[in-house]
Design a protein around this ligand. Structure first.
Ligand code: 8DG
Length: 113
């Protein structure tokens, strides 16, 4: 089974916004780009705008779509990660689901879980 997941790449000064999954979420403690599963009858573009509003409380505008990335979670389950470069248009980033936020540089991305 392959699950489409849209995620947002939000840049600030060459660093990318990364968020940590809280203890209430599956895969707690793992860092990710904010986003979530694309629902049925929803485009990946609508999904990322909706998810970012739900998770971070901000409205984003899509600047470009980035290459999709397949990723195996288990032997039966994999995700197709659909990243978008986005810009925050309105609001202040607040964590509604995650428990930590970090702006990571290119090499720092490889140091988190
Ligand atoms: N958002 C996001 N999810 C990722 C990344 N990498 C990665 O393997 N995933 C996985 C973790 C989850 O198994 C899945 C996203 O599912 P989710 O549980 O966050 O989705 P959701 O917000 O729609 O939650 P739900 O409705 O199923 O409760 O994709 C990433 O960089 N960002």
């Amino acid at each position: 089974m392959t699950i489409p997941v849209a995620c947002a790449v939000i840049l600030n000064d060459q660093k990318v916004l990364s968020v940590r999954r809280s203890k209430d979420m599956p895969l707690a403690g793992y860092w990710e780009f904010p986003g979530g599963k694309v629902e049925e009858d929803e485009s990946a573009e609508s999904c990322i705008v909706r998810e970012i509003e739900e998770e971070l409380g901000v409205r984003v505008r899509i600047l470009s779509s980035l290459p999709n990335h397949p990723h195996a979670l288990t032997s039966e389950k994999s995700i197709q990660l659909i990243p978008f470069l986005v810009r925050v248009e309105a609001g202040k980033i607040t964590l509604y689901e995650h428990d930590q936020l970090s702006w990571l540089g290119q090499s720092e991305l490889f140091e988190v879980n």
